[in-house]
Design a protein around this ligand. Structure first.
Ligand SMILES: [Zn+2]
Length: 214
């Protein structure tokens, strides 16, 4: 089912489709520069009316990734910041408190209408930092340390959008092509990479914490 730009509900959900996009401001809290584009870039491009703020917790000092991130944000119509959490190849587990502190340091004050982050299950072949960031955002939200009307998590399995997720959006072709350009030209993924192929397809989200129905 295509719900286009409306952010509507899945066909299996008995709730009626929502006809408006009620999020004037939104945070996208991710582990790495590129995750915002890979998992939510189409949604960001479909809704330029939203004030998008991206917090990516790793790679602030990565001379390759950091400039690509800032170029991508310009094209996404977003602002954002990078953190410098450890992201070494060994992916040593981080203390939950440290990840939560890093999230708070990057997001600051403010109550966006919507926060989007990683699923605690990740989006593809296990990536510890994704899961840690998702868990940190959820814990902070439940502790009342960050606030938003709704909290969504990326809904992907093996990098494919989950059709039965709460929100499943087919990207309009023009949006998919712009996202594909971000993935290949700005972030430099090969055209035959799974990241580039996925860019043209759907995006899906779990609604973790709707405070109130709209
Ligand atoms: Zn990542």
């Amino acid at each position: 089912m295509s719900v286009g730009a409306t952010g509507g509900q899945n066909a299996d959900n008995p709730s009626p489709p929502r006809l408006a996009w009620p999020y004037a401001s939104a945070w996208v809290v991710v582990a790495h520069p590129d995750d915002e584009t890979l998992w939510a870039g189409g949604t960001m491009l479909v809704h330029p009316e939203t004030k998008w703020t991206v917090a990516a917790l790793c790679r602030r000092n990565d001379p390759d990734r950091a400039p690509r991130f800032h170029s991508a944000l310009k094209l996404l119509g977003a602002t954002g910041t990078l953190g410098d959490l450890d992201d070494g190849p060994e992916q040593t587990p981080l203390r939950a408190a440290d990840v939560q502190s890093a999230v708070l340091a990057l997001t600051g004050d403010g109550d966006p209408d919507l926060i989007i982050t990683h699923s605690v299950c990740g989006e593809y072949t296990r990536h510890r930092r994704h899961e840690e960031v998702g868990a940190a955002v959820l814990a902070l939200w439940d502790a009342g340390k960050i606030h938003s009307r709704e909290l969504w998590a990326f809904a992907y399995r093996d990098a494919q959008a989950i059709k039965k997720a709460d929100i499943f959006n087919e990207l309009p072709m023009e949006i998919g092509e712009r996202k594909h350009g971000l993935v290949t030209q700005v972030y430099g993924f090969a055209p035959d990479s799974f990241e580039a192929k996925a860019a043209l397809q759907e995006e899906a989200f779990w609604r973790l914490r709707p405070v109130k129905e709209i």
